[in-house]
Design a protein around this ligand. Sequence first.
Ligand SMILES: CC1(C)c2ccccc2-c2ccc(C[C@@H](CC(=O)O)C(=O)C(=O)O)cc21
Ligand SMILES: [Zn+2]
Length: 323
Amino acid sequence: MAGWNESQLRKYNIKMEKIPTLQYDDPKVDSLLTNNKPVLIKGSKLVSRVLKWDLDYLTEHMNSTCCNVLISKNHKFKYYDQKKITPNMTFKPISRPSPMIFSEFAKQIKDWKKGDSRLYMQQVLNNSISQRIVNDFVKFNWDWIISKQNVCKWGSLTSNLLLIAQEGNVTPCHYDEQQNMFASIRGYKRFILFPPSEFECLYPHPVHHPYDRQSQVEFDNPDYIKFPKFKEARGYEVIVGPEDVLYIPMYWFHHVESLMHGGYTVSINFWFKAESVEKIEYPLLDHHKIVIMRNVEKMLAEALHDPSEVGTMLKTIVLGRYT
Ligand SMILES: CC1(C)c2ccccc2-c2ccc(C[C@@H](CC(=O)O)C(=O)C(=O)O)cc21
Ligand SMILES: [Zn+2]
């Protein structure tokens, strides 16, 4: 019994292959990790000591902690950068932050009814949480994850996010600029990943837009006129269940959903800085090209002193000359 079935997955019109699933001590794991290739890792026992982290246990030990909760009018929780919202911009996000204490969050999840706004908690785990949570946190299989960090020459661990999502919640397609080891504690999450080379098919927002790093394409209702190349996007799909660890390479796009009718999900991610300043070797890797494109957008916005002129200048440079 896999613990889930196809009827719990949302339907998208996307070509998807499978991601390799390997035991944590399989030598192929390290070769995939060091080559920035996604892999689902079984048996690492990374978070096995906190499988008891369910709503009741966490309410008991995080009761009055004020947590970062997002509220959305629909099932999508699209991250946005507050700092990139300028005064003259009419930006209407669908999900917005609504800090609340943990027990309130747990109550709203339990009492949730169809039609209510949805909630998604993402709370940085640090020592400001209760002593019991800290005691559990230190019981992660740090030896294993630190050995991976060293093998891959990743930079420092920047943060662990505790994620509690309602069944059916979706984090739309985006990329992050850090290496991510994503561990599931409760429930099942479906990931659809795309390599950085699929950039042209996923049409991320401009760097200066609050939705920077997020794809503009609505997977459940793609606008093939505005985003024609989305039809050619080639993704990878994997279901992450309790105790599984998914490696999400930096700059790889990922769409994440908590399976419908699967109950709430509890996950923890481990974000690592990219490798300490590496010597750039040629040929460039695909993620280097995203970094270069981001730097061009940033430099032009800086030089023009107005992000809204960047598109015009890029068109002037390219149209009729490089096409
Ligand atoms: C969308 C949301 C709730 C959010 C809103 C506002 C600011 C930050 C974030 C944020 C950060 C990470 C995740 C976890 C995961 C996606 C998933 O598991 O749903 C993922 O993308 C990753 O681990 O890289 C989810 C979120
Ligand atoms: Zn992400």
